[in-house]
Ligand binder design. Structure first.
Ligand SMILES: Cc1ncc(COP(=O)(O)O)c(C=O)c1O
Ligand SMILES: Nc1c(O)cccc1C(=O)C[C@H](N)C(=O)O
Length: 416
């Protein structure tokens, strides 16, 4: 047995979260799944809960709404207290991340009349850049797109330099989707506040992976998805966060009846509630909501501190193997080396990353490819074992040694 394999076995044996792997459906124990940062695995309890939810629909019919009507808020409270460390009443499950981003960004711009600039960065996730571009375009505002280092993420100094009295909103990702780099939420939120702008964070790659200093930073707004590290399944509803003291002052642009006071009075004019439910729009996806409830409870039970700690250790172990085995093959780290500056995935660079990702899939390892030449390894502390990281990187070494990737065509375009 090699030293690295022995190390993986020792780390797994000492892992306080090891038992959580049994709480997930593992259809093929030989598959090395390193893509939980795109789509998390299915928790066993979610499968059971969704069956029960469908039965609720079958038996309760319309009366089911007596329970379902508050589900988005109930799940929001679990996310608030168990995952994001903010207060109940500050988080709500609703819509998709893209739609929530639009709602909160528009509300923020309305709250800063006269200011005509939105700040984001050029490596923010595409949907964020597009939504903000559309918003700026529709309002005759400027979208100020900051230059980012695609390996190391957005620098606080770059954000500071971009701020002036014209900035209404700063909208950034906390953990960068490509590199996994963690932005300095404390310093950047502080700088935005100092400039009189509102601060909106995308937490898609943060929620359920790392500690998020939303409360400590005093950040104003956040959005995030639940199908990655929160394991709520494809298309599960997203969440939004609005700091409690801001809620009543912000008005979102989609005036739907689920934000309305005394909704079933069917009043003539829109008069939204003052609480976080004012950011709700229409009928919520109940089945998806139950899936988020189970996923969020699982993370809360494990404890986000322990999850983040194991994520950092998995990443450090993956980087050690990559340094030792893959550097001679032209593969280099494309994420921050410092665990404190890295989220739940490790990214590697190689000019033939696409072909390598195909060869890995053929070898039973599922990584992610991201343009232009990045291989992303998602490390999900609730079910990824150190031995999976060993197996995944050993397969990668084998691909490089045998040049198996050269048998796959070069990339033209693909879906995921
Ligand atoms: C940072 C980030 N924002 C947004 C999204 C997607 O948003 P939506 O769920 O609306 O497709 C993703 C991933 O799909 C993401 O990584
Ligand atoms: N949301 C996704 C989808 O609908 C299809 C395929 C992948 C995704 C993803 O989540 C991608 C992911 N946000 C990323 O960081 O690249």
């Amino acid at each position: 047995m090699t030293d690295y394999l022995r190390q993986a076995r020792d780390l797994d044996a000492a892992d306080p979260l090891a038992g959580f792997r049994d709480r997930f459906v593992i259809a093929d124990d030989h598959l090395v799944y390193l893509d939980g940062n795109s789509l998390g695995r299915l928790p066993v309890s979610t499968r059971d809960r969704l069956h029960r939810a469908i039965d609720e629909w079958g038996t309760d019919l319309i009366q089911g709404w007596e329970r379902w009507i508050t589900l988005s808020r109930e799940v929001g409270d679990v996310l608030a207290t168990g995952v994001l460390d903010v207060s109940p009443g500050e988080v709500l499950l609703s819509d998709s991340t893209s739609v929530n981003l639009y709602k909160l960004a528009a509300a923020a711009c309305d709250a800063r009349p006269g200011r005509r600039v939105i700040v984001t960065d050029d490596d923010n996730f595409p949907t964020d850049r597009y939504v903000l571009e559309g918003l700026a375009d529709a309002r005759g505002m400027e979208l100020r797109v900051l230059k980012t280092d695609i390996d190391l993420g957005i620098s606080t100094a770059t954000v500071r330099e971009a701020l002036d009295g014209d900035v209404a909103l700063v909208a950034l990702s906390h953990v960068a989707y490509r590199s996994g780099a963690v932005a300095d939420m404390m310093a950047i939120s502080d700088a935005a506040r100092g400039a009189g702008a509102l601060m909106l964070w995308d937490l898609c790659h943060s929620a359920g992976a790392v500690r998020v200093p939303l409360r400590a930073s005093g950040a104003d707004l956040a959005v995030g998805c639940t199908y990655k590290h929160l394991n709520a399944g494809p298309g599960a509803p997203a969440f939004l966060y609005v700091r409690s003291d801001l809620q009543a002052a912000l008005r979102q642009p989609i005036w739907g009846w689920f934000g309305q006071r005394n909704q079933f009075d069917m009043g003539v004019a829109y008069d939204p509630v003052e609480s976080v439910e004012r950011f709700q729009v229409g009928t919520p996806p109940v089945l998806g909501g139950y899936a988020v409830l189970e996923g969020a409870r699982l993370t809360a039970e494990a404890g986000i501190g322990r999850v983040a700690e194991k994520g950092a250790a998995l990443g450090a172990y993956a980087i050690a193997l990559a340094d030792a085995w893959l550097a001679p093959h032209g593969i280099r780290l494309a994420s921050p080396r410092d665990s404190a500056r890295r989220g739940g995935h490790v990214t590697l660079y190689h000019p033939r990353a696409w072909q390598i990702s195909q060869a890995l899939r053929a070898a039973g390892v599922v990584p992610d490819f991201r343009t232009p030449d990045r291989l992303r390894l998602g490390l999900a502390p609730l079910y990824t074992r150190f031995q999976d990281v060993y197996a995944g990187l050993a397969a990668l070494r084998e691909v490089m040694e045998t040049e198996a990737h050269l048998r796959f065509p070069e990339r033209h375009s693909r879906v995921t």
